[in-house]
Design a protein around this ligand. Structure first.
Ligand code: ACO
Length: 421
């Protein structure tokens, strides 16, 4: 069977044959047929907007790999900082590289005092932490001269370090402000996840529990990248105009803010609380099946199998509950999962738990308010966004993102003066 596709324009009889590589053929084939012919593809359902060597995802088989390494192995053996290095550099670091990377990130965790005292203090007292986070990421770029020097490798590396190091600081600052607590400065003696937990929760004496530190790190690993999702696409689209990485990352965070993207775990927690008890699970499932709402945390555009991240998160949840005590909503979640996985409605539609089904329960057990859930997603996703940003800048095929449209408005007409309308 030839690995080619032949397209014929029936209007002209013109034919073009192009190769199919890795399940993809170039849209240039359509351009060759007729430069004014376009493909209508809302939401890019069938469009590969770039080549990428960062994350591999097979939704039918439930496979997720970063730079070839299975997510299960990374979650078990690696740390978020090591994974961030891997995503950004393509290879796992040697001991010396890891030490340097850890040192560099750790020594960029502080933010300029004006960010806290003048910028953050300007927010309304009950501002949403994610709104504060996206604005602070954009504002951060104004503090650094080199931010716009995106074609200078040293400068790029400095901005990457700053963004990865400072996003936990910005996130914790947004939370502390939103509840009226004084800000905790970063503690450079702590690991990346322990420092974040310390900045979030320290009031008086505070020691990070190693099990919770590890759980936070695993959650960061699982959320570090997920190929061309809405937020990463926003990063690439804005980055393609050669905007600085802070502006591009802020755009990506804005995309993540939406409830269809980063907000689903919050919806899961609310749903479980509404269900209230295990006895109400069958009735809830029946209501979903007749179209009265959705089973939040189930289903995925790409995964038509168990989301591999959900399996790891479920296990992590038990590790966390050993320390914090069980989240009372867990039993409802387990009962829901069992009923749904054995019900023809969900089986036929290939609806399985996604990453959000259990993550909200862990966040809640760790003490995070639901408003912080999306911020917790944005911290580790920053590494993925930056890896894609670097890849974009080095990709000779890329130009400024500029899709075409299918105009379906009115045709040309004469202007009518206001008094005659
Ligand atoms: N509960 C009940 N039915 C569902 C669910 C669900 N969670 N998800 C999909 N379906 C049904 C749809 O009603 C549809 O049924 P039909 O064929 O009888 O009309 C069928 O399954 C296909 O659903 P689509 O909406 O076409 O699937 P799509 O790929 O567009 O949506 C999405 C994916 C948005 C994730 C969807 O499954 C959903 O809304 N899930 C709940 C929200 C959620 O958990 N989102 C987090 C995703 S993970 C992330 O973003 C990090």
């Amino acid at each position: 069977m030839p690995d080619t596709i032949t397209i014929t324009d029936d209007r002209t009889g013109k034919t073009v044959t192009v190769p199919i590589e890795g399940g993809v053929f170039p849209a240039a084939a359509v351009r060759e047929l007729d430069p004014s012919l376009f493909i209508y593809d809302p939401a890019y359902m069938q469009t590969a907007s770039c080549k990428s060597a960062i994350t591999y995802l097979d939704g039918e088989a439930g496979i997720l790999r970063y730079r070839g390494y299975p997510i299960e192995q990374l979650a078990e053996h690696s740390s978020y900082l090591e994974v961030a290095y891997l995503l950004l550099n393509g290879e796992l670091p040697t001991t010396a590289q890891m030490e340097q990377w850890r040192f560099d990130v750790t020594h960029h965790t502080f933010i300029h005092e004006n960010m806290r005292k003048r910028f953050v203090d300007g927010f309304h007292y009950d501002a949403h932490p994610m709104g504060m986070f996206v604005s602070s990421v954009a504002a951060l770029g104004t503090f650094y001269d080199g931010a716009k020097e995106i074609f200078d490798a040293d400068s790029r590396q400095r901005q990457i370090l700053r963004l990865i190091a400072k996003t936990p600081t910005l996130a914790a600052m947004a939370y502390r402000f939103s509840v009226g607590l004084p800000f905790n400065y970063p503690d450079n003696d702590l690991s990346y996840p322990a420092n974040f937990l310390h900045m979030m929760w320290k009031i008086g004496e505070y020691e990070v529990d190693p099990a919770l530190e590890r759980a936070m790190d695993v959650l960061f690993i699982l959320h570090a990248d997920h190929e061309q999702n809405c937020g990463t696409t926003a990063m690439r689209v804005v980055g393609s105009s050669h905007a600085d990485p802070y502006s591009s990352a802020a755009a990506a965070a804005c995309a993540l803010y939406g409830p269809l993207h980063g907000g689903a775990n919050e919806a899961v927690v609310r749903m479980l609380a509404d269900i209230g008890s295990i006895e109400n699970v069958p009735a809830f499932i029946e209501s979903v099946k007749v179209g009265d709402g959705r089973l939040m945390g189930f289903g995925h555009r790409v995964y038509k199998n168990y989301d591999p991240r959900a399996t790891i998160i479920k296990k992590t949840a038990y590790d966390v509950f050993e320390v914090t005590g069980k989240n009372p909503l867990l039993d409802i979640a387990l009962a829901l999962e069992e009923v749904a996985l054995n019900d023809a409605y969900f089986i036929d539609r290939k609806l399985y738990p996604n990453v959000d089904f259990y993550s909200g329960l862990i966040y809640q057990a760790l003490g995070f308010p639901v408003d912080m859930f999306t911020v917790l997603f944005a911290i580790p996703r920053t590494a993925g966004w930056l890896a894609h940003w670097q890849e974009l800048l080095a990709d000779g095929d890329q130009r400024i993102s500029r899709p075409r449209q299918w105009y379906d408005g009115v045709g040309a007409r004469e202007f009518v003066p206001i008094e005659s309308r």
